[in-house]
Design a protein around this ligand. Structure first.
Ligand code: GDG
Length: 500
């Protein structure tokens, strides 16, 4: 745990990142404000960028206050001299409606195509709007007219509109970290038009894949009927010309390569292997979320052990599940379901005290995580739907020397880039089991060829590449792009050319 100091000086920075949760969750104690690091893909991706550019970060720190305490107020904190943190405070009922309700109970499932799990409730929507306005107040107070405001994810889709209403022409961009669903799903949302309207105040909107870009543009056309240049990813919106593009997030590849070379991490990896004792080690690392396909993967393993008894006692599956959204009933139910399946499989397939599944329900340190990746012969990353998935890239970075096999779901955005992975449909238990066996039996040369090709792509399209692409797309002056093509209203082909 780190102790953060309130900051007195408030120098203006060029770039401000705004996200629902920041890199820390705060708690007030007698000794001051205590900060616990947050675990999420968004934090993993943004932290290296903000550290590099010495920017600011505006986010909710997980603390509650009264309406009076939270209104338009933020606490400025500084972790190191690298960046400033402005904490947005929310009230408890607001959080229930906005975060647990609208974000986790409506938009998250909807964007992952789980329409039946989405709850549509006017009060939740009211909280979402109110919280977006609160974030806008803090952003407007802590930034100047020339500052670039980079909004992260679906929690804050109305923010660009609220900011531009107060500061017309503000430099705002959104990066959408999760999938954008097809228009037939998105338009079910009673407030789809308001969400799109807010987003159309951006200069640039980034998604992980061209598929999400296409879904977004089609939704905008259906809901708004504005002119769209599909080939160049341009929306001729009511407020401004909005550029839209696919820029998949990269990882800080060097960080993971360095971790994998650290003697302490290598020692830990060796320790994990010797404590496991099995011949072959498979790893999965996920936030405990129904989109990640954990029960389905465990069932595939059960099928494998049943149908290929020769693997009993020779294969250990390590599932690291990071606690997530533990206040939400559906997530607590999922945890119970997973623990029940793990218990059943271990009860049935333990042989000579060799336990097939090692299950951890806790976050690990970065070093421990790297050691687990390093110790594993294979990573199985099989979400039912995932915006991108950073774990797949991190495993590849740690194994960039050539060992290791990656099994990847085609429904993870990362599958578009990581084309040399073995793929497995998470809804098809047999296919998953067969691909795990295929991975175990893969010829050494072919295994190495695939992993080296994967490592090349993860290294080439790393976090720096991502940030460069975001800047190139954002900084372009969209007002110089000219008129939309005459066929724009019926759409053209989307090409990779939409991204610079
Ligand atoms: C969202 C989108 C998109 C995991 N366990 C530990 C730990 N982690 C870190 C991993 C990785 C991150 O958490 C998880 O990132 P993912 O991308 O896999 O998933 P989400 O959290 O759902 O992220 C996703 C991402 O945003 C970025 O746009 O890829 O599709 O859903 O970095 O390393 N970190 C530590 N201990 C753990 O035990 N320290």
């Amino acid at each position: 745990m780190d102790l953060l100091k309130p900051l007195k000086l408030n120098p203006r920075g060029g770039l401000t990142v705004v996200s629902n949760r920041g890199p820390y969750t705060f708690r007030k104690t007698a000794r001051g404000i205590q900060a616990t690091p947050s675990v999420s893909g968004l934090v993993s991706a943004i932290q290296p960028v903000i550290e590099q550019i010495h920017g600011r970060w505006v986010a909710w720190g997980g603390r509650y206050g009264t309406e009076e305490e939270t209104l338009g107020r933020s606490l400025t904190l500084q972790k190191t001299d690298k960046w400033l943190f402005h904490e947005v405070m929310l009230t408890e009922p607001e959080t229930a409606g906005y975060y647990e309700g609208m974000c986790n109970g409506c938009l998250w499932p909807l964007c992952h195509n789980f329409i039946e799990k989405s709850v549509f409730d006017e009060e939740m929507w009211g909280s979402y709007r109110r919280v977006n306005r609160k974030f806008a107040e803090v952003v407007l107070q802590t930034t100047g007219p020339g500052d670039m405001i980079w909004v992260q994810d679906f929690h804050l889709a109305l923010l660009p509109g609220y900011i531009c209403r107060q500061r017309p022409g503000a430099r705002v961009s959104v990066f959408w970290h999760i999938p954008f669903p097809p228009p037939e799903i998105f338009t079910v949302l009673p407030w789809a038009k308001e969400i799109i309207k807010g987003l159309l105040n951006c200069e640039f909107i980034g998604f992980h894949t061209e598929g999400y870009v296409r879904n977004f543009l089609l939704s905008v056309r259906e809901i708004y009927g504005v002119a769209i240049d599909f080939a160049r990813g341009l929306i001729f919106g009511p407020e401004r010309i909005v550029r839209v593009g696919a820029v998949p997030i990269g990882i800080d590849c060097r960080e993971f390569e360095n971790l994998a070379a650290q003697p302490g991490v290598i020692r830990k990896a060796a320790g994990i292997r010797s404590s496991i004792g099995g011949d072959y080690v498979i790893i999965s690392v996920d936030r405990l979320d129904y989109t990640k396909g954990i029960p389905e993967r465990l069932q595939a393993l059960e099928y494998l052990l049943e149908s290929r008894p020769e693997y009993k006692g020779k294969l250990t599956f390590v599932q690291i599940a990071v606690p997530s959204r533990t206040d939400v009933a559906a997530y607590r139910r999922l945890r119970r379901q997973i623990e029940e399946i793990v218990g059943r499989i271990n009860g049935k397939y333990t042989k000579n005290f060799h336990v097939p599944i090692r299950y951890l329900f806790k976050p690990l340190s970065r070093e421990d995580l790297a050691a687990h990746y390093l110790a594993a012969d294979m990573a199985v990353v099989t979400p039912l739907k995932d915006g991108l998935n950073l774990v797949a890239k991190e495993y590849v970075a740690v194994k960039s020397g050539g060992g290791g096999v990656l099994i990847l779901s085609p429904f993870a955005g990362a599958a578009v880039q990581l084309t040399e992975a073995l793929t497995a449909n998470p809804y098809n238990l047999r296919e998953m089991a067969n691909q795990i066996v295929a991975g175990i039996e893969l010829d050494v040369t072919e295994k190495k060829r695939r992993m080296l090709a994967l490592a090349r792509s993860v290294r080439e399209e790393d976090i720096n590449w991502w940030w460069q692409k975001i800047q190139q797309n954002w900084l372009i002056d969209s007002e110089t792009v000219g008129e939309p093509p005459p066929d724009s209203s019926i759409g053209g082909m989307l090409t990779r050319g939409a991204v610079l």
